[in-house]
Write a protein that binds this ligand. Structure first.
Ligand SMILES: *[C@@H]1O[C@H](CO)[C@@H](O)[C@H](O)[C@H]1NC(C)=O
Ligand SMILES: *[C@@H]1O[C@H](CO)[C@@H](O)[C@H](O)[C@H]1NC(C)=O
Ligand SMILES: *[C@@H]1O[C@H](CO)[C@@H](O)[C@H](O)[C@H]1NC(C)=O
Length: 489
């Protein structure tokens, strides 16, 4: 009997090892299972996870249609995508905090208190005096979540869906253009994605629009950098988001500091260090592919949910509905895209791929009214049934796609009529457009969509007025067309 029990314990253990061989390499025993199917860490990393598809959240009102499929009578005839860059390293400012924290833990406590630090290595180099680094700010390059590979694979995946729109080029027709802002990681993402999308032998023009260029005004992919008043308004603009996020971090991480102090022999972490430790978890995974990062295992599921809330709160007040500048910033891309959807594939072309930052996608979500949060997010506690959840909306490589679809309805057998509509996809999930009477498959009639966007334009006001820009600057993206010249050196 005892032998049998032992044997079965042995078999169970062997099975567990076979299923999750990397568990053996864990540095720290996790407090909770962070990678279960019904609770997965990546859905709580607030934008610091590898790309994940969007899914409908239980218990919260969102606009996702389950299993949305394009009806067989419909075809996509034009596609527009706005994508965040792929998996990246931390920014310089975050990377410097990480390096300082790890050094303090090594110097002041050492491997006796933090045994996992013995075998763990910082995944980037940075010169602390100058902030110079070959990795920080750039796409990750190794491991299973290497951004350089994942951007190309995302392009290949979308080629599988939209490949029929790629037009044959002869030597005299100009190549299709792609559009990105000018930050290296975004430029690299666009190039990799386009290589996957168009294939290795089709050329494309890469139009690079400067992230910051005061003279362009609203002629930009990065309205959050162009809107002067938003950047300066301490009460309602960008600076307020840090104030709000800091208040919440203080409230949820103070008990965590105490919890860890008990475990780690009175070693005191500041709230800002604990935040850095949670950030280390996501970036360690992005840079190395190691899901058993010791930084993840230090926190409980609940602490990850609180981290997620803090990131949602930051997005909410930084570029979401918590700032009155968001809608007018999101309107820039929405209006430009709606004009192209109106004009149609024959006139303006079939494929419009644009690349920018999460801070440029969130305003678009706000302007569309997606994931509408009816009460502002408080800084005192996490609202668990909120609709505003962005972990699977703007993860690394997050993308928002508009399709112009053409459907044949043959209700009467003699005459069939063509109908044109718009479908919205958030990280591959078909999503209804608030304010539009969409079909069960999520298709909003084109004329309704155009009317909706026009009405929003009147409601959000003029970019140059709301943002306090001088006269004579650009008002809308002038570059979103094909046949442009290669702007790259
Ligand atoms: C391309 O344009 C040039 C100059 O207009 C012309 O001589 C040539 O025949 C064209 N080639 C093709 C393949 O149409
Ligand atoms: C393009 O080239 C890369 C690297 O040489 C290769 O891995 C990939 O399979 C190629 N893709 C296509 C569509 O030919
Ligand atoms: C939307 O774009 C159209 C075409 O470029 C332009 O005429 C219109 O003024 C824009 N609307 C707003 C509110 O900016």
């Amino acid at each position: 009997m005892r032998l049998l029990i032992l044997l079965s314990v042995f078999i169970t253990a062997a099975l567990a090892l076979a299923l999750r061989p990397h568990q053996q390499l864990a540095f720290t025993k996790p407090l909770d299972d962070l990678f279960a199917t019904d609770w997965h860490l990546f859905r709580h990393l607030g934008g610091y996870s590898p790309w994940i598809p969007h899914i409908h959240h239980k218990g919260s009102q969102d606009n996702t249609i389950k299993d949305g499929e394009l009806p067989e009578t419909c075809t996509v005839e034009q596609v527009h995508m706005l994508s965040r860059h792929a998996e990246r390293f931390p920014t310089v400012s975050v990377g410097l905090k990480m390096k300082q924290l790890v050094r303090r833990m090594r110097d002041e406590a050492g491997p006796e208190i933090f045994p996992f630090l013995d075998r763990w290595e910082l995944f980037f180099d940075v010169d602390e005096a100058t902030g110079k680094s070959r990795q920080l700010e750039q796409l990750t390059v190794s491991g299973k979540y290497a951004g350089v590979d994942r951007a190309r694979l995302a392009g290949e995946k979308l080629r599988g869906i939209y490949g029929h729109l790629i037009e044959q080029q002869d030597s005299n027709t100009s190549a299709t253009s792609i559009f990105s802002c000018s930050c290296d990681r975004v430029v690299d993402t666009a190039d990799q994605f386009a290589t996957g999308f168009f294939g290795n032998d089709t050329s494309f023009n890469h139009v690079i629009v400067p992230d910051r260029d005061a003279s362009r005004g609203g002629d930009t992919l990065t309205p959050v950098k162009a809107c002067t008043r938003y950047r300066e308004d301490a009460l309602a603009g960008r600076p307020n988001s840090n104030t709000m996020a800091d208040l919440y971090k203080l409230s949820y991480l103070t008990p965590t500091a105490e919890r860890l102090r008990q475990i780690y022999k009175s070693f005191e972490f500041s709230v800002s260090e604990l935040w850095t430790m949670q950030e280390l978890c996501g970036f360690d995974i992005l840079a190395t592919g190691n899901e058993d990062s010791p930084w993840c295992a230090l926190f409980t599921k609940r602490e990850w949910e609180q981290f997620e809330y803090a990131r949602d709160l930051l997005h909410y007040y930084r570029t979401g509905p918590g700032t009155p500048y968001s809608e007018v910033m999101g309107y820039i891309y929405l209006n430009a895209t709606s004009q192209l959807l109106r004009e149609g594939p024959e006139k303006v072309g079939k494929i419009f791929l644009s690349f920018a930052h999460d801070g440029d996608l969130v305003p678009l979500i706000t302007t569309l009214g997606l994931f509408e949060q009816h009460t502002p997010l408080p800084t005192t506690h996490a609202v668990d049934d909120r609709a505003w959840r962005l972990s699977s909306v703007v993860p690394m490589g997050g993308r928002i796609v508009f399709e112009r679809v053409s459907c044949t309805s043959s209700s009467s057998s003699s005459s069939s009529s063509e109908q044109t509509g718009v479908r919205l996809l958030v990280n591959d999930a078909v999503t209804t457009i608030p304010g539009c009477h969409s079909s069960t498959s999520g298709i909003c009639p084109l004329s309704d969509f155009l009317a909706l966007v026009e009405a929003k334009g009147a409601a959000v006001g003029k970019f140059e007025d709301v943002c306090g820009l001088g006269t004579g600057l650009g008002r809308r993206p002038s570059f979103l067309h094909h046949g442009g010249v290669l702007e790259r050196e």
